[in-house]
Design a protein around this ligand. Structure first.
Ligand code: MEV
Length: 314
């Protein structure tokens, strides 16, 4: 039996602008993860068990664009591992997939499943893949399900390190000068990322110069935040989060529920807060002094958050 595990992720700064080649910052969230087990099967076919989504099926019975089937099909496609010596036909396998990452919440659940599944298959079948190859495969899957993704999710989840991400550029991992604490709070509303990315594109198409300016300003926020994190000046991130959130509101990708949690976090003593990811649902984040984390988490739950995670970025 072979196992592989991948963390969730959270975007600290720069979502949406990152689709337009501005920098964004994202970090892994190790408290939540997708886990995959692959073992040889006595029966023919590739059997998939994913209890979280009530899936118990043989690969060939699933639609080709099914999120899990598409990873396995890509893995076995003629252009991937088979080229490196994998034989004809698919091996009989049993695959079990579990995940503690909430789906459609901006925490990278799709990318984490793609990465853990690809790595478990590669290890089990003895077809080594580089991190770059794993990330590229996961990116292909993101494109099937999310339209025009920047690639930030698959990159952070694959490398499981803090990433300063610029679309199309080589991975840039940054150091955290001093650990800091964030509270992540879930609205419980699925984030329709494909739609929000599409709607921002519409705004941009109608008035490119206005939105290019906004994306530039967000890019500067991400750049400044990286420098602050590296220098250990994490308290500076609060104000940057507030500024970034205001731009996301202007882009119309926040929502009353997200705004309510952001306000509740600030009122409870957070140093700053913003929505995170595609928006209109999903999660928000708040920067806190470690000793205030539980109080802020409690306040955002009272303001309607369905779940909270306190995590240290280090
Ligand atoms: C989604 O996690 C982040 C967005 O910037 C989209 C993307 O980067 O692909 C909204």
């Amino acid at each position: 039996m072979t196992t592989s595990s991948s963390p969730g992720k959270i975007i600290l700064f720069g979502e949406h602008a990152v689709v337009y080649a501005r920098p964004a910052l994202a970090v892994p969230v190790t408290q939540i993860h997708a886990d995959v087990e692959v073992r040889d099967s006595p029966r023919a076919g590739i059997w998939i068990e994913a209890p979280n989504i009530d899936l118990h099926a043989e690969l060939s019975t699933l639609p080709a664009d099914h999120p899990i089937a598409s990873v396995i099909n890509k893995f076995f496609s003629p252009l991937s591992p088979r080229e490196r010596g994998w034989g004809e036909g698919l091996p009989p396998l049993e695959i079990t997939i579990t995940s503690t990452i909430p789906v459609a919440s901006g925490l990278g659940s799709g990318a984490a499943v793609s990465v853990a599944l690809t790595r478990a298959l590669a290890l089990h079948l003895n077809c080594p893949m580089t991190d770059d190859e794993v990330s590229s495969l996961a990116y292909e899957i993101e494109k099937i399900h999310h339209g025009t993704p920047s690639g930030i999710d698959n990159t952070v989840v694959t490398y499981a390190k803090p990433v300063y991400f610029v679309k199309g550029q080589p991975i840039d991992i940054f150091k955290v000068g001093h650990p800091f604490t964030i509270v992540i709070a879930d609205t419980g509303i699925p984030a329709p990322t494909k739609e929000s990315v599409r709607d921002v594109r519409r705004l941009w198409m109608y008035d490119r110069s206005r939105w290019e300016t906004v994306f530039d300003k967000i890019g500067i926020i991400s750049f400044t935040a990286r420098r602050a994190i590296e220098a250990g000046r994490w308290e500076m991130l609060g104000e940057l989060m507030d500024e970034n959130h205001a731009f996301l509101q202007e882009m119309n990708v926040s929502s009353p529920e997200l705004d309510r949690l952001v306000q509740a976090a600030r009122d409870a003593g957070a140093l700053g807060a913003k929505m995170s990811g595609g928006g209109r649902g999903g999660n928000m984040i708040a920067l806190v002094n470690a000793d205030k984390a539980e109080a802020v988490a409690r306040s955002v739950r009272e303001a309607g958050a369905k779940n909270t995670i306190v995590t240290q970025v280090s």
